[in-house]
Each structure stands twice: as structure tokens, then as C-alpha cells.
Design a protein around this ligand. Structure first.
Ligand code: DP6
Length: 344
């Protein structure tokens, strides 16, 4: 028997309407919608070796050719959630090799790109996946990705992905994401995301623990209702290309996410002084120039600058002159809306 392997590159994504709050098994408390990124990705290769396993799911995982023991628990948890579908992995040893395009411990969540790349490799190797037509394959890969990390479900599709049952979108589901099929004004298909690295290293609160803070949160129900309203509003904005309304919605979503963390028990502030300085500079820039430059945040201190391709040069000049001083080692990553995973 020879070694069998599969390799995929899968991107990260940035949520515009945020997923924050979940219940078993990895189902979202509200729908979310994200831009798929292009330059921030994980490449993963799963190789089933011609060696007998000494236990169930006998594998080693490597990051940049170095053993990454700390990745194992999250992967094992993921396997346990889909173990009935992983019979083909039993009995033989296998390896997982993974590489991130973004700097190690840049504070960028690698779980979305990492878990989706892993799910794609596993599904490609599985006898059932090998028989699926493309649509079914990516839907199943999204479902498996979700079981690894919720936001990973959205990394399977180009441009914009939607996860969670959404009013008026019959194909939407809590179990998997879909490619957003509504009308999209062309301004959004080439949007830029410049990721400003305020803080590197481990996040103060893991996102899994963060989601847990929404259980019994005093404002949870209002927040979930707001997310549904924002999903409806965002669909209109995506269709008509109203950038002011887009920025207002996206910035409000980001600040609400952080407000939820500040008002949970225990409470956290994940923004840093430099995060706030950057947000103020963005508002100042916008007031002075009237240019459509906006921010969003994930569950950490870094800032994602979102803007149309047409103002790229001005935006980068602004980053270099006004914001760079607030960044860890002056570092930022230039990304943009991307086309989804690809087999390598
Ligand atoms: C703030 O997908 O990282 O980035 O499902 O526990 O793995 P788990 O959480 P994760 O949560 C991401 C939360 C967020 C918002 C978002 O991406 O929608």
C-alpha cells in the first residue's frame, strides 16, 4: 500500500456581521457574513502513511516542519466531532503538515484558514468525499470546518460567505456556510483589508472562551436580534454600494463585539491603547478627507482597515504616515477580498 496524501490552501476571512455566541454542537447563536481574504491563508498537507497506527487517530502535526504539539488538542476535539466519518483514518498513522502565509503569532486567527484547510484535505481523502460533486463537496467541507472552528465554515467560498440561518435566504443554514449569492456592487469585490498588527502573540481570551461568555449574558438576546437586523441591512448595502452605510454597520458590529466582552462576567477589554488611537485616527482621516476608510476588529487588539481599491494609495500613505507608529514593529499585512480555497 502506498502513502496517500492531499494538500489544500485555504484562506482566512474577516467577519462584517460577527459570530459571537454558540451552542452545541458548534452552532451559531446568530448568522454572520464575511469577506474571504486572499493573502492570509494556510497550506496543509495530510498524508496517510504506510505504517500501522498504535492508537485511534495516530498522527503528528507540524507547523513549518516543526512538531506543533500544542495544535493537537483542538484537532483531536475536531476529530471526535466527526469520528463516525473518519473510518478511513483508523488503523494507519498519518501526518499533518501546515504552513501559514502570515507571520507566526501575528495575532491573526489561524483557526479559520487552518481548520478549513484540514477539513478539505480530510474530505478529499475520504471515500465519500471523493465521490461528491463540487457543490456538495464544499458544503460538506464547510460543515466539517465549522466543527473545527465556527468561523472556518466561512472560508470555503470566494468573495463573501454567509453562515447561519438567515431570513429570506432559503439555502442558509446553521450547519454550514454558503457563498453569498445576493447582488454585490462591484466596489465590494475588490475591497482591501490592511491588517494592522497592534499586538502579537496569544490572545488574552480564546474565542471559544469568549463565545461562552454569551451564555447568560444580560444583553445576549438583544445582540442576537441586532445581528439578524444587520444581516438584512447589509444585504441591501452590498447590493446598492452605499459605502457610508457599509462603514457605519461594520464599525458598529466591531464595537458591539467588544462591548459584549466588556459587559460579560468576567469582563475583558481586548483593545489596547494603540487600538483606540488607531480608531480615532481613522475617524479623523475620514472627517478630513471624506474618503471611505473604515475599520473592523476581531476578538483582539488588531485592527482591520477596510476600503475600496480606488483609494488604496491614499490608505497606505495614511497607514505609513499616521498609524505605523502604533503597530508592533510597525507591521501590517496587505490583504484583499479573495477567491476561496484551492487544491495544491
Ligand atoms: C470574533 O470561529 O474563532 O472572529 O468556533 O470557538 O473556534 P470557535 O470560534 P471562532 O470565533 C470567531 C469570532 C470572531 C467573529 C467572527 O469571525 O465571526
Amino acid at each position: 500500500m502506498k502513502n496517500l496524501n492531499s494538500s489544500w490552501r485555504s484562506p482566512s476571512n474577516i467577519a462584517l456581521v460577527k459570530y459571537w455566541g454558540k451552542y452545541d454542537p458548534q452552532l451559531p447563536a446568530n448568522p454572520s457574513l464575511s469577506f474571504t481574504l486572499e493573502e492570509s491563508y494556510t497550506e496543509t498537507k495530510v498524508e496517510i502513511l504506510d505504517e500501522e497506527a498504535s492508537e485511534d487517530f495516530d498522527f503528528d502535526v507540524y507547523l513549518d516542519y516543526r512538531k506543533a504539539e500544542d495544535f493537537k488538542p483542538k484537532i483531536q476535539k475536531f476529530f471526535s466531532r466527526i469520528e463516525d466519518e473518519l473510518d478511513f483514518l483508523r488503523g494507519r498513522k498519518f501526518t499533518i503538515h501546515t504552513y501559514n502565509s502570515f507571520p507566526h503569532s501575528s495575532g491573526i486567527a489561524s483557526s479559520a484558514s487552518g481548520m478549513s484547510a484540514l477539513a478539505l484535505c480530510l474530505l478529499s481523502l475520504s471515500p465519500s468525499g471523493a465521490e461528491m460533486e463540487e457543490g456538495e463537496f464544499f458544503r460538506k467541507a464547510s460543515e466539517w470546518s465549522r466543527l473545527g472552528s465556527g468561523s472556518a465554515s466561512r472560508s470555503l467560498f470566494g468573495t463573501l460567505a454567509l453562515w447561519g440561518k438567515t431570513e429570506g435566504i432559503a439555502e442558509s443554514s446553521d450547519e454550514y456556510a454558503i457563498q453569498y449569492q445576493g447582488k454585490i456592487d462591484p466596489v465590494f469585490t475588490s475591497f482591501r483589508d490592511t491588517i494592522l498588527l497592534v499586538e502579537k502573540g496569544q490572545k488574552a481570551v480564546s474565542s471559544t472562551a469568549g463565545h461562552g461568555l454569551m451564555n447568560g449574558h444580560p444583553f445576549a438576546q438583544q445582540r442576537f436580534a441586532q445581528a439578524h437586523d444587520n444581516m438584512a441591512l447589509l444585504q441591501k448595502i452590498l447590493a446598492n454600494g452605499d459605502l457610508d452605510k457599509f462603514g457605519n454597520l461594520v464599525e458598529s458590529e466591531a464595537l458591539t463585539l467588544h462591548a459584549m466582552m466588556m459587559s460579560s462576567q468576567p469582563y475583558f477589554i481586548l483593545m489596547k491603547p494603540n487600538t483606540l488611537q488607531i480608531l480615532e485616527s481613522i475617524w479623523h482621516f475620514r472627517k478630513e478627507t471624506q474618503k471611505p476608510l473604515f475599520f473592523t476588529l476581531d476578538a483582539g487588539a488588531n485592527v482591520h482597515l477596510l476600503y475600496p481599491e480606488s483609494i488604496e494609495q491614499e490608505a497606505l500613505d495614511f497607514v505609513n504616515s499616521e498609524l505605523k507608529g502604533h503597530l508592533k514593529n510597525g507591521e501590517y499585512i496587505c490583504d484583499r477580498v479573495g477567491s476561496g480555497p484551492r487544491k495544491i
